[in-house]
Write a protein that binds this ligand. Sequence first.
Ligand SMILES: Cc1cc2nc3c(=O)[nH]c(=O)nc-3n(C[C@H](O)[C@H](O)[C@H](O)COP(=O)(O)OP(=O)(O)OC[C@H]3O[C@@H](n4cnc5c(N)ncnc54)[C@H](O)[C@@H]3O)c2cc1C
Ligand SMILES: C[S@@+](CC[C@H](N)C(=O)[O-])C[C@H]1O[C@@H](n2cnc3c(N)ncnc32)[C@H](O)[C@@H]1O
Length: 663
Amino acid sequence: MSDTPQIQPAHAQIAHAQLDWDEQGQPRSRAYDDVYFSTTSGLAETRYVFLANNDLPARFAALPSGGRLVIGETGFGTGLNFLCAWQLFEQTAPAGAQLHFVSVEKYPLSRADLQRALLLWPELEAFASELLTQYVALHAGFQRLLFAGGRVVLTLLIGDALEMLPELDARVDAWFLDGFAPAKNPDMWTPELFAQLARLSTADTTLGTFTSTGYVRRALNDAGFRMRRVPGLGHKWEVLKGRFTAESRATAKPWFARPDFAAPERTALVIGAGLAGCASAASLAARGWQVQLLERHAELAQEASGNPQGVLYLKLSAHGTTLSRLIVSGFGHTRRLLERLQRGIDWDACGVLQLAFDAKEAERQAQLANAFANDLLQNLSQNEAQARAGIGLPAGGLYYPEAGWVHPPALCRLLATQPNIRPLFHQEALELRRAGELWQAWAGDRLLASAAVVVLAGAAEIRRFPQSAGLPLKRIRGQITRLVETAESAALRTVVCAEGYVAPARLGEHSLGASFDFKSDDLTPNAAEHVGNLELLREISADLAQRLHAEQLDPAELAGRAAFRCTSPDYLPIVGPLADSAAFANAYAVLGKDARQTPDTPCPWLAGLYINSGHGSRGLITAPLSGELLAAWIDNEPLPVPRDVAEACHPNRFALRNLIRNT
Ligand SMILES: Cc1cc2nc3c(=O)[nH]c(=O)nc-3n(C[C@H](O)[C@H](O)[C@H](O)COP(=O)(O)OP(=O)(O)OC[C@H]3O[C@@H](n4cnc5c(N)ncnc54)[C@H](O)[C@@H]3O)c2cc1C
Ligand SMILES: C[S@@+](CC[C@H](N)C(=O)[O-])C[C@H]1O[C@@H](n2cnc3c(N)ncnc32)[C@H](O)[C@@H]1O
């Protein structure tokens, strides 16, 4: 037995709801002994208590194109309220408007239970089936789901409301309070929770709930909501509705605050068409931005994002670090996007096995297996691992059943193929200039494009622009080896990783990777690194090496591909608005003397200039969600990750650390 303490952070473990079903096929929570919705008039009650009492029919209809409404909910349950709000939004909101729905849920329904519950509402079938398709890879923490081409955005906060809401950065326009009856679940109706609702509210925020319990009304009033009793529906005599009237809230430190930036037009120029650029373009286009996607090559995904197969590799921490939480959220988001691609050609959910190749790794894996839920990862013995993988292995390991491999160019194409995105190939931006309220990209004396917003997504190449030259990005050359599938290697059924990785064949070839070279600038594949990759293969499985006839392969004849990863010193991506570095150092110089100060000087932002880079070895997991994070910064929306994760990815973190280190 190890003497390492068992680490079981609350954020990582989730349990599914335990349900009983009555004679009408309606679900009931076993733990709370309560119903999910009115058993006599579920739809009518939702429409009245939550939609009408928040005045949503009129508010949706009044949204301008490019406008949005943010709904916050306590208790996602079966998603009935979400689906009804979405249906009403489709019926009443203008094209070009967006619905954001943020809901917190401690015990998500299993997919099978959700499917069974939603069968109760045939008129919501079209919406319910989209929800069910995307109801995968939902794990503890923030999970973003996109519907209707990104016009409807759902952010599920999976965990206890009192732990999750403090992490949320959003301005909510309408609240649905729906966390079981106060008598059965007092935890969802506390002053602490209402203080969080108040923190997230503005002067126009409204609130509706099915309860009329006196202490709930009084506590909401105390939190700053002016609550009134109004007639209820059916057997409910009265319900509550209200409006936030108090002054709200503390703001973020100025260097992590939301830039006070209103684009003169909704045009964006994204520089770089790899995963980061395509994801940024997709998230902006879904919000009605007209995007030009500038790329120096003839096509998308020609550099790091151009490998035939990349792995959804989750390097997690049992300690709930910011990186680990970003990975769980990013994995879920990418995994849901992949549902829109063709299995077997574009990706495969074949599972990923991480071998416990030494005692230290085995110890780490044991901690992870304790900390995370079984549907995310499982500890397998050597025999179990071999049975899963279909080949002989030197050890057991951690198995991620929902992970697999991806053909990154297919994901780039999925993201970038949209009416609002215009790719401009063979265009290399050499210089950025400010012209009035717009940014311009130039190559010598040639103007390539201009727009109100520029997103720098050119991996480490962004250092060429003086505006982003100070960001500490490093290039690391990596090479993969392509191995022709053999009759014997076809037995491989999952991705297997140790120091390297090997994937089941795509179109008759396995990808084997990948080397790390911090010095070389030469992208011609070389035999020495093929030799190194074959060594990685033998460490993964001598059996597979034999099945691939590795001993007979001539490294000089092997096919492969090399590209640069782009890595930041803390291995987190760099995503968000850029500040003027000299003015920043000046404005916050006092931190060099006393790091606890928070000067109220506004951050000297470079208005309209943003970055999405530094995705290192895990761009498949971090880049798509970073597109959503970037769009949230630009459009002042709910962040798709906890506030501290967004700050940990913020471009200003380096300048801030530099100032503070001088103390
Ligand atoms: C060998 C190798 C193996 C990898 N394996 C995995 C894996 O298994 N799983 C995983 O998740 N990740 C993996 N990665 C990492 C992953 O590929 C990257 O994190 C991801 O592709 C980064 O995407 P990006 O868009 O930031 O960069 P890139 O894909 O490099 O895209 C940047 C683009 O910007 C363009 N550009 C740059 N400057 C300009 C300019 N001034 N004007 C116009 N265009 C410009 C470039 O031409 C390029 O197309 C691997 C990387 C390598 C190298
Ligand atoms: C009445 S149901 C919600 C019904 C839901 N809005 C619908 O449309 O189906 C209440 C939900 O609150 C969740 N819940 C209860 N306590 C919670 C807590 N402390 N934090 C987060 N969610 C909680 C329950 O798991 C349950 O799904």
